[in-house]
Design a protein. Structure first.
Length: 315
């Protein structure tokens, strides 16, 4: 039988079969996927093959195969530094929820997130939330940021969970797809999700002070079917969706507007710093590339990332 993993608790997996029924499954023996040093061989979103077995009048599944993943997101494992933990697989899109204040979302944060999503080949849509709370000046700032990121090729939507602004447009984006919502604590991620699907009631735990100090509590991702032919993966309490193994020479590939122009640089190994005849620096001077994006590029290149590893997922 074939199915999709909806929940993982480490040793057991809830799999939704093609017939629409859910089965509790385990893995057959030692199960490792080549090339991925991961603490969890199977993740939520994985497409798997399994067989049913009945023991003591209880039917359970045994997973014996996994299909190739379109993409996956990992974070570094807390205990085993050289291993990673796969958060979710086969994701169609990420929604990054952004607020100008309460809490503020910096362009550095947005850019770091986008670079990581590009590296994992996952489409990101920027959601500018709490649009009903902004004054004229703040709305101009949202317009500026929207124009900046649309120009690069990212889709942007202004939304309000409170007034319902553009919620229908957001639902249209989600239809037929598997989505994940992310953003700083307090940006209204869970509130938005609960407006989209009122019956879902996702947990809205605040992050604890202890947790901020690096305490690790085990939590698991879970996929939910929504009422309008959409799926959402909730990943509560996951820290550090930070950059994983991006080489300095590769970094500009994950800034789409840099990637488009880098072949025009004089040197093919140009890092766009002080090299002569650099197409990226020329575009920066002419205003074709935003200074905030270049600043983010430099910060990542120089490894100034530790204070950006705040919790993207908790709400």
């Amino acid at each position: 039988m074939k199915g999709t993993v909806y929940k993982s608790t480490g040793s057991w997996y809830t799999v939704k079969a093609e017939n629409g029924l859910f089965y509790e499954c385990r893995i057959k023996g030692k199960f490792r996927i080549q090339g991925i040093k991961s603490t969890n061989p199977i993740a939520v979103g994985d497409k798997v093959e399994f067989k049913l077995q009945t023991k003591n009048e209880k039917t359970q599944g045994v997973i014996n195969g996994i299909e190739d993943r379109d993409n996956y997101i990992v974070r570094k494992s807390v205990n085993l530094s050289k291993r990673t933990h796969i958060l979710a697989a086969n994701i169609d899109q990420l929604f990054l929820v952004i607020t100008l204040n309460n809490p503020p979302t910096s362009t550095s944060f947005i850019d770091r997130f986008l670079v990581t999503a590009e590296a994992y080949h996952i489409k990101t849509v920027l959601l500018f939330n709490k649009i009903d709370t902004y004054n004229e000046e703040e709305l101009l700032e949202v317009k500026y940021l929207t124009a900046l990121y649309r120009d690069i090729g990212y889709e942007c939507i202004g939304v309000s969970a409170k007034t319902g602004k553009n919620i229908d447009q957001l639902k249209a984006y989600m239809e037929g797809k598997v989505s994940i919502f992310a953003g700083h604590s307090g940006v209204g991620k869970s509130t938005l999700i609960n407006v989209i699907e009122p019956g879902l009631n996702l947990k809205t735990k605040e992050i604890s002070e202890q947790h901020k100090q690096g305490q690790h509590t085990t939590t698991f991702a879970e996929m939910f079917d929504l009422s309008f032919d959409a799926k959402i993966i909730d990943t509560p309490g996951v820290k550090g969706f930070g950059l994983v193994d991006v080489e300095k020479e590769e970094l500009s590939n994950y800034f789409p507007e840099f990637f488009q122009r880098k072949e025009n640089c004089k040197f093919n190994n140009c890092l766009h710093l002080k090299e002569p005849q650099c197409a990226i620096k020329e575009a920066l001077e002419s205003g074709s590339i935003a200074w905030s994006r270049y600043r983010s590029y430099l910060q990542i290149l120089e490894g100034e990332d530790e204070h950006y590893r705040t919790d993207y997922w908790e709400e």
